[in-house]
Design a protein around this ligand. Structure first.
Ligand SMILES: Cc1cc2nc3c(=O)[nH]c(=O)nc-3n(C[C@H](O)[C@H](O)[C@H](O)COP(=O)(O)OP(=O)(O)OC[C@H]3O[C@@H](n4cnc5c(N)ncnc54)[C@H](O)[C@@H]3O)c2cc1C
Length: 375
């Protein structure tokens, strides 16, 4: 049994804590905030995230019961301009659940599995100064985006509309817009969140990569306004808004090349290890999965050094190919005709449409989609 500190108690940290405590380790979860706590997010719990939390014993029926006020998603919409889009029905459900509710589910699982929880801020990378390095055999860094490399920025707003102004489809569809109307290579989203009352809440936002953002002479609030004004679907929706919360901006740590996720006895997971999808900014699934694999790495090793080698190896075998393919597609999307080609291919061939929708929803890795399109 090892003594393990998991710093950061959100999806990545709770997943690691859950699996390690169940394997018999003495696990202390540390977080700068106490629960329940909110987080700026798109609130999209993708099909891949639903699959990932099932290895923590959280199944769709639990989610339906515990988060019954929030939207089950049955359709994925991928659009590249006002007229050019594809909408795909899926058999598997995704959800839109505010992080205040969703993260609490994961936290309770980790505590039930035997983790101890402490509220403590662990500054920068000063593990030695704070006594953690000597007190624990292994430290898992799950502190999120600021512990990783910030390489993208997102803005999120909540809009409330009246049910009578919306179709049933709009209440169950997650929309992603790879939209040139943004004026930059990025993405916009519209996700229904709270759909059980007469007032329906949507999470609407825009994400953009810093390398693109730094080249343009504007700011993310302007980009968001531009997205609303130039995109017919979003503009129509905004005209029906009855109330809204001001938008909030938060950074992202999406995939990067040559990623080193282990450093001595410090093992980085989730956003701290830059595991977020480089095309959609979706990071919960990989955060939860990385918690599972880092626990495997520790259980397979007989020393902290072996655990570090194992984690780097498991990262490379389970995450790297998919993330690298996502980075490749992101680079192609700089050429706007590639975005149109994508939708054209989806309209031509239902199998391709399903594969691409599932890749964006995270069910099929990007590298497998690229391979299957060659045949
Ligand atoms: C606007 C926006 C929209 C997004 N939309 C989606 C979406 O729809 N779907 C999706 O899957 N992903 C989305 N993401 C990404 C997703 O939020 C992250 O990928 C995910 O939360 C990563 O989980 P994590 O556990 O690695 O990190 P986090 O969720 O960031 O958790 C880090 C934890 O560490 C704690 N912490 C931080 N610093 C310290 C410290 N110094 N000491 C102690 N504790 C600390 C924090 O309090 C927190 O609990 C979005 C991100 C943004 C910014």
């Amino acid at each position: 049994m090892s003594k393990i500190a998991v710093v950061g108690a959100d999806p990545a940290g709770c997943s690691a804590g859950y699996h390690l405590a169940r394997s018999g380790h003495d696990v202390t979860l540390l977080d700068k905030k106490c629960f329940p706590k909110d987080k700026i997010c798109g609130d999209g719990i993708s099909i891949e995230s639903i699959q990932a939390v099932s290895i923590m014993g959280i199944y769709p029926q639990d989610i339906r019961k515990l988060a019954s006020d929030y939207a089950p998603i049955h359709r994925f919409f991928l659009g590249v301009s006002n007229q050019i889009y594809h909408s795909e029905t899926t058999k598997l459900e995704a959800y839109c659940i505010p992080r205040l509710v969703f993260d609490q589910l994961l936290y309770e699982k980790a505590i039930d599995a035997g983790c101890n929880f402490m509220t403590q801020t662990i500054n920068k990378n000063n593990w030695h100064h704070q006594g953690l390095y000597d007190a624990f055999d292994t430290i898992i860094d799950a502190r999120g985006v600021y512990a990783g490399e910030v390489n993208a920025l997102a803005i999120r707003a909540y809009w409330t509309l009246n049910r009578q102004d919306l179709s049933q489809k709009e209440l169950t569809e997650a929309q992603i817009h790879f939209d040139r109307s943004l004026g930059v290579n990025g993405y916009g989203w519209i996700f229904p969140v709270s759909t059980q009352q007469d007032s329906i809440k949507f999470n609407v936002g825009v994400g953009v990569w810093l390398d693109e953002y730094q080249k343009i002479n504007t700011n993310i609030i302007q980009l968001f306004k531009q997205f609303i004004q130039s995109n017919e679907i979003v503009r129509q929706m905004q005209s029906k808004v009855v109330s809204q919360q001001p938008p909030k901006v938060f950074p992202l740590a999406t995939a990067k090349k040559g990623n080193k996720v282990a450093d001595g006895k410090i093992l980085r997971i989730g956003d701290a290890a830059n595991l977020t999808d480089p095309l959609t900014g979706e990071g919960i699934a990989n955060a939860v999965k990385s918690g599972f694999h880092v626990a495997q790495a520790i259980n397979m090793g007989n020393s902290p050094d072996a655990a570090a080698d194992n984690w780097q190896y498991l990262y490379e075998s389970h995450f790297e190919a998919d993330l690298r393919a996502g980075l490749g597609i992101k680079a192609f999307r700089k050429f706007s005709f590639m975005n149109y080609l994508l939708i054209w291919l989806m309209k031509q061939n239902p199998r391709v449409a399903q594969q691409i929708s599932h890749a964006v929803a995270g069910v099929v890795p990007y590298n497998e989609v690229i391979a299957s399109l060659r045949y």
